[in-house]
Write a protein that binds this ligand. Sequence first.
Ligand code: ADP
Ligand code: MG
Length: 200
Amino acid sequence: LLELKNINKSYKVNEKQTFQALKDINVSFEKGELVSIIGESGSGKSTMMNLIGGLDSKFDGELLVAGKNIGGFSEKQLDAYRKDKIGFVFQSCNLISHLSILENVTIALTLSNVGKEERTLRAKQALAQVGLEKHIHKKPNQLSGGQRQRVAIARALINEPEIILADEPTGALDSETTEQVLNIIKEIASKGKLVINRRD
Ligand code: ADP
Ligand code: MG
């Protein structure tokens, strides 16, 4: 599903200097895999996630998604790639505090061509998949940390992406809650998605 071939990434520091953050990365991932990118701070984890997520397309080498090199995509193609193929889950959840859980998930579909009823139906299904069907009318601050993280997962699932990119999804959770969230992530991967997880 995803193949990184001879990926090199340098950042421009100033007019004279560049900094090489990724050097000759070769790795491939399949559907159904749950993988973690682990390494010390500054080792290039965020850089690699940004390339895979189509947030940064300035790199050398090939990043093939189902055989297509996203390095050659236009801005418009990258927008479509991020919207259709990738689900993003952040540690901070990024939920909107004055909206209900249901609205927080539904809003992820507002930019796509899906009607209101269908959006609500799909949001309810995604929330049921993470075990939150009884909480959909609550606001984010009425949930526990693990429940909020599950809302963020439901929101990432609603577009039915092939790849889920999770940036330390359990970084702010206690060990019991971490296990619950990891079990949900494992189940999602086992249903045929590729889940890539960043951990420090
Ligand atoms: P990690 O996520 O593993 O902590 P990053 O991918 O954030 O690592 O960073 C990898 C390296 O690239 C670090 O040494 C960092 O200082 C450098 N770096 C990241 N972003 C920039 C940038 N915009 N300009 C210059 N150097 C950068
Ligand atoms: Mg980082």
